[in-house]
Design a protein around this ligand. Structure first.
Ligand SMILES: NC(=O)c1ccc[n+]([C@@H]2O[C@H](COP(=O)([O-])OP(=O)(O)OC[C@H]3O[C@@H](n4cnc5c(N)ncnc54)[C@H](O)[C@@H]3O)[C@@H](O)[C@H]2O)c1
Length: 285
């Protein structure tokens, strides 16, 4: 066992799966769940994801060795602010948020003396939300990026790292801003494009036809992630604004280049464009 008591604030897909994975690994003694959605919280209790639930975050963090925050990224600051004074001495606070620089900066500033903040981001997920969507194998053989803040010490980083390893993840470390620029490209941009594509096609008018009724495998595969929680993605777009805008600008330039080659019937240019992209894609699978 790595820690005696874990408090999970936000027992949804990520928080619930983390709790289940740690329980299965025998890494945690007791798990308390806290969530602003009472129905979701009672689902988490009835599914055995948590051992007990707390009415509020302040009572929930009492006696916790580690507090794991897995709420939408714009809510992390207010959650940490609300529990800060109640954190037990020596408590380690960590999170699973998809954006890191702003979160680490805010949480570091809110840590009371003796408490440590270690930012984290599991590179695993699905388009489903809530405790009912959680499963213990979500993090198996997936990366988890740790972005320790200024308050983090080696023991706190090692403890959080051990928990993610017990949950099945491969842990790596990154500077928070570097994390945000990388994940703007490979996660936040693809979600923005998937939402935009469905938005554009869903509102397209082709001689009055309902275009979406003709979609098949390709469109559905490509746009699966546009079924993700809109609030979560609103928060990620707001919190990683600059990096995401830069990624969108880079994508827009690529799309404009493709458009130029189509417009000028540049057969060789189109073949080169698609071949280069296919080679990149084939190289990652
Ligand atoms: N879903 C993914 O693919 C994925 C992957 C990696 C990281 N993340 C990050 O993990 C975090 C959680 O995402 P999720 O997919 O588990 O979402 P989720 O909607 O499944 O769970 C979030 C939970 O937080 C609760 N919550 C919201 N505000 C709260 C508050 N102020 N206090 C207490 N509880 C609150 C909600 O009721 C919900 O149960 C987000 O920060 C997200 O960026 C998500």
């Amino acid at each position: 066992m790595i820690i005696n008591r874990l408090a999970v604030i936000g027992v949804g897909l990520i928080g619930g799966s983390f709790a289940m994975a740690l329980r299965r690994a025998g890494a945690v003694g007791r798990i308390v769940g806290i969530d602003s959605d009472a129905v979701n919280l009672s689902t988490a209790l009835s599914l055995g994801i948590v051992d007990e639930i707390a009415d509020d975050a302040v009572s929930g963090v009492a006696g916790a060795d580690v507090v794991f925050i897995s709420v939408p990224v714009c809510a992390i600051e207010s959650v940490v602010r609300s529990v800060s004074a109640a954190l037990p001495a020596g408590c380690i606070v960590t999170d699973g948020g998809s954006v890191k620089a702003a979160v680490v900066r805010m949480c570091d500033a809110l840590m009371p003396p003796g408490c440590r903040f270690v930012g984290g981001h599991p590179i695993a997920g699905t388009e489903h939300s809530g405790a009912a969507a959680a499963f213990p194998g979500l993090f198996a053989e997936k990366r988890c990026v740790l972005t320790p803040g200024l308050t983090a010490d080696p023991i706190a980083v090692e403890t959080v790292s051990s928990l993610w390893t017990a949950a099945g993840a491969d842990v790596c470390h990154m500077e928070p801003g570097h994390h945000d620029r990388i994940f703007a490209e490979i996660s936040h941009l693809p979600h923005a494009i998937a939402y935009t594509l469905v938005h554009a096609v869903g509102t397209a008018d082709v001689e009055g036809e309902n275009v979406l009724s003709y979609t098949a495998g390709g469109f559905r595969d490509f746009t699966r992630i546009a079924s993700s929680d809109p609030v979560m993605w609103r928060d990620i777009a707001m919190m990683n604004r600059e990096a995401l805008l830069a990624s969108i600008d880079g994508f827009s330039a690529s799309l404009a280049e493709l458009r130029r080659r189509i417009d000028s019937s540049d057969q060789a240019g189109l073949t080169e464009f698609f071949t280069t992209a296919k080679q990149f894609r084939d190289g990652i699978v």
